[in-house]
Design a protein around this ligand. Structure first.
Ligand SMILES: [Zn+2]
Length: 104
């Protein structure tokens, strides 16, 4: 595998991991509340406003919004950012492990 493709896969694995982390956040929030994971659009639990696509980009939206709802400015718990980051880093190193063992 040449270096530029390797780096692209490495970045992609981080992005894919952060997307998986975002989905994990949805599951962890909604399942205990018996809400649908797939049928309901993401919304602020305080002001109930449906989130726009630009508010749903893992990690980036949290930083851009400075951890606050765009509409009501209530704080978004840091754990959502942290879960997305941990998943991203895990996928990043998971890809490295797969490469180092020759699976890819
Ligand atoms: Zn809100």
């Amino acid at each position: 595998m040449n270096m530029s493709i390797f780096l692209a896969y490495l970045i992609w694995s981080f992005v894919l991991g952060s997307i998986a982390g975002s989905f994990a956040n949805v599951v962890m929030y909604r399942v205990p509340r018996k809400e649908s994971v797939f049928l309901t659009r993401s919304h602020c639990p305080v002001c109930k406003k449906t989130l726009k696509w630009r508010d749903l980009i893992p990690l980036v939206s949290y930083v851009f919004l400075q951890g606050k709802c765009r509409n009501c400015e209530v704080g978004i718990p840091f754990r959502y950012f942290l879960v997305e980051l941990i998943f991203g880093v895990s996928f990043f190193f998971g890809f490295l492990v797969l490469v180092s063992y020759g699976f890819i």
